[in-house]
Design a protein around this ligand. Sequence first.
Ligand code: NAD
Ligand code: UDP
Length: 312
Amino acid sequence: MSKRVLITGGAGFLGSHLCDKFYNEGWDVICMDNLLTGAESNISHLIGKERFQFIKHDVTNYIVVAGELDLILHFASPASPIDYLEMPIQTLKVGSLGTHKALGLAKAKNAKLLLASTSEVYGDPQINPQNEDYWGNVNPVGPRGVYDEAKRFAEAITMAYHRFHDIETSIARIFNTYGSRMRLKDGRALPTFFRQALKNEPITVFGDGSQTRSFTYVDDLVDGIYRLAMSDESEPVNLGNPEEITILDFAKEIIEITGSKSEVVFKELPEDDPQIRRPDVSKAKRVLNWEPKVNRREGLLKTMEYFKNQVG
Ligand code: NAD
Ligand code: UDP
């Protein structure tokens, strides 16, 4: 009998890559998604396969899954800043009510739950790099607070179910990840810059571009999630690539890689935009024997082909 995994948010960018990974590792995969920001096209190649099932459902409502479950990967949530700024209530609901429902299901099925948390729990960090012991610097009432606080609550309730109900749980603090199946217009810097560069349009850098990010290629992230799911680590683990770059240099890098004629234009910096972000991944190395293998240039070159097709 193969093992069964439920992936909430499975029709999204990361969720669909995880559907592929677990399917290819021989698991029975149930993908659950309400298609709020995801798309059936991300999983169309799996639909109709014997070990794959798609259930359209909003996980903030009671979740019903027939049969046994070994694992739940809870990835449902708007994830790009423009998505969660446009959908603040859905974001808060899926991080709180949705995580509660997913944990209730894990308890009922005696399944392990892995929560997709985020580097945003560190807010605008005052230390660099960020390690898992840092408690963060989040503005709870700012516009980004809907995402950051939903994820912080999700972490807290996950730990409470672990401690109080003895559920097996893991928490992945995921840093900016990129790759195929990202939406061209999700507003995140990487797809936006690729779209603009490939069309020779101005590249919109917010603020003076001195803020930093560290970008992780999707295959590395998926490998890290798989290892974490198989481990018995219940405290949060950072998963990200420590190669840090300013957003201005990143814009120039995309112009160079695409051979674009685009120029950089500067726009207003969004409120509470973190000034620095870089993961300390020594814990992931220690407990999962994981570290990213794909450097930024290599990953961007791979991803450029996908974006070229999207731009048409
Ligand atoms: P995405 O928007 O592509 O995927 C999210 C998926 O969740 C979508 O398919 C959406 O339809 C679904 N969803 C949203 N609300 C739902 C609900 N109430 N019920 C059922 N499905 C719902 O985003 P992504 O980049 O793939 O992110 C996936 C997860 O990883 C999110 O939880 C996000 O917070 C986390 N994460 C992502 C990154 C990143 O860089 N991509 C970084 C940190 C954390
Ligand atoms: N950003 C930018 N231009 C854009 C989109 C984003 O300069 O068109 C900046 C944004 O202000 C942030 C960084 O790029 O400082 C990364 O933004 P993204 O939305 O990709 O992810 P975040 O890490 O902020 O969640």
